[in-house]
Write a protein that binds this ligand. Structure first.
Ligand code: NAP
Ligand code: HSE
Length: 409
């Protein structure tokens, strides 16, 4: 039987997971692919580290030794950051290898160029593992894109942030110690700032935007906020209102523009994100024919992510995205400033009289639920130093207003 030769770039949480999954599911892959799958080379940064790798595999810290091998069917990339990952994959494609990546930072920047190059060279490109860990969100979108028009995608896209928010609420653990646990479990990025400051979710959202709408919004126009400002006290206050903080990334097609944001949001029981806890991710897709679908599952970690990579490997047919060939638009004129949305405010000393601000409900400690544009909100914050504001999901207010407004404090 012939052999499918694989080079693995990276042997950390994801790389090792892929290695172990190929070991454990080799027979199944062989049946699907009609070839025995064999890892022939592994790239690492530090060759001296002790690793459980079979002796006949080339383990190297020099990419040239891998790219100069006579034939590689698949190059699977799970290293860190934009470079050298992009250059390595480009060279692999130019040499005729199929590629699979888990690296969302590299793919958010260079996905389009790699897609075009892969299409040009007739090789396949898999990137299921870049978004949502083990959730098959890329395959699902590809399936829906055949006929449906996607209107909106909204989700919890960072497992580390959701894990931290959950542990802080349920176990009253401090932020720093929960982050350390997330790192030990292999959920966090090499630089965990990417997780807790929203950058990782932003990269994933840009990958989804490109796939669903054919382009990304202008990056500088996207509001990106992480979870570092959420204190245990805020989490407890929200709990009293039957609300939970969730880190939500959202992208939608509206009036011919793509509008995106990444931020902590308060959600209530009717939200599909309310019960998504720990390292889980969830993604809701709204499309014109199917309506709304929510997928949910493990968003990070060794085997869920390896599952996404292995499923890409099992898709032996070449995949094409609708986005291949569509250029990223230069600028998206966002004007979310004018649109009214709901906010929970704390310690409001002075109500601002403005017809565009609706003061909906007062709670103890001068907390208020309001409906206002960002412009109106900024007026309130200017006149109330020390007041904090968090967005509340609009769907939730509409469905649960009576519940929320009578919540006992
Ligand atoms: P990790 O545990 O830090 O492992 C990174 C691996 O890549 C290590 O083996 C490291 O070598 C190697 N490496 C890093 N930079 C390199 C370079 N410049 N040249 C050669 N080797 C290099 O990271 P990870 O968690 O597996 O994540 C890998 C990629 O998958 C990242 O892009 C991440 O965003 C993405 N991802 C991670 C998860 C997850 O749950 N962790 C899920 C989805 C996607 P050494 O072992 O010698 O240090
Ligand atoms: N650090 C990422 C997360 C890994 O926590 O979601 C999965 O992409």
């Amino acid at each position: 039987m012939s052999v499918l030769k694989i080079a693995l770039l990276g042997f950390g949480t994801v790389g090792e997971g892929v290695y172990r999954s190929i070991e454990s599911h080799g027979e199944r892959l062989e049946k699907i692919l009609g070839k025995r799958v064999e890892i022939v080379a592994i790239l690492v940064r530090n060759k001296q580290k002790q690793r459980k790798i079979s002796g006949n595999i080339l383990v190297t810290d020099n990419f040239e030794e891998i790219i100069n091998l006579p034939h590689i069917d698949y190059m699977i990339e799970a290293i860190v950051g934009r470079e050298p990952a992009f250059t390595y994959l480009k060279r692999a494609v130019e040499k005729g290898s199929n590629i699979i990546t888990a690296n969302k930072e590299m793919f958010a920047y260079h996905g389009e160029e790699l897609s075009l190059l892969a299409a040009d060279k007739g090789v396949s490109l898999g990137y299921e593992a870049t978004v949502g860990g083990g959730i098959p969100i890329i395959q699902t979108l590809r399936q829906l894109l055949k006929v449906n028009n996607i209107k909106k995608i909204k989700g919890i896209l960072n497992g580390t942030s959701n894990f931290i928010l959950t542990e802080m609420r349920e176990k009253k653990e401090p932020f720093a110690s929960v982050l350390k646990t997330a790192q030990e479990k292999g959920y966090a990025e090499a630089d965990p700032g990417n997780d807790v400051e929203g950058t990782d979710a932003f990269y994933k959202l840009m990958v989804l935007s490109k796939l669903a709408f054919g382009f990304q919004p202008e990056w500088k126009d996207v509001h990106v906020e992480g979870i570092t400002s959420i204190t245990r006290e805020w989490i407890e206050e929200a709990d009293l209102l039957h609300l939970k903080f969730k880190h939500i990334a959202s992208v939608e097609w509206k009036d011919g523009k793509v509008i995106a944001s990444v931020q902590p949001v308060l959600v209530g029981k009717s939200s599909p994100f309310y019960d998504v806890e720990g390292v889980e991710n969830a993604v809701s897709i709204e499309a014109d024919l199917v309506g709304s679908i929510t997928l949910r599952g493990p968003g990070a970690g060794m085997f869920p992510t390896a599952s996404a990579v292995i499923e890409d490997l099992a898709q032996s047919r070449h995949q094409t995205d609708r986005e291949a060939g569509s250029p990223i638009r230069d600028s998206v004129d966002q004007d979310s400033q004018k649109e009214a949305s709901y906010w929970l405010l704390d310690r409001v000393k002075k109500k601002v009289a403005d017809p565009s601000i609706e003061w909906l409900q007062q709670h103890p400690n001068n907390k208020w639920i309001i409906k206002s544009s960002v412009k109106g909100l900024n007026r309130i914050l200017d006149q109330n130093p020390g007041t904090e504001a968090f967005p509340v999901l609009a769907e939730m207010i509409e469905k649960e207003s009576s519940d929320l407004f009578t919540a006992s404090l």
